[in-house]
Ligand binder design. Sequence first.
Ligand code: ZN
Length: 107
Amino acid sequence: MSRPLDREIETLRVMIGIYCRSVHRTAVLCDSCRELADYAQQRVRRCPYGDAKPACNHCPIHCYEPRMRARMIEVMRFAGPKMIWRHPVLAIRHMIRKNPKSIIKKE
Ligand SMILES: [Zn+2]
């Protein structure tokens, strides 16, 4: 079983991949997107909330440095709407973490 943080990192990598392939037209992640992916992974791993980590856009800490944060926001805007088609399971998990009230309660 993967931990929530691993899933989050996987989701980020998939989103950066979608963005890079479409915007930068590369088969593998370009250097700058790889830098962003590695940076994001490192931030998530060091998150003081650990497995109880809220979705980054709801997090009070905002640990990304402004330059990386701006790039990640751009990636999310671009890749977010495409996730639902290409990776529905990841996308839905991401949405649940982002806004649990948008999903019908099932407990
Ligand atoms: Zn790229």
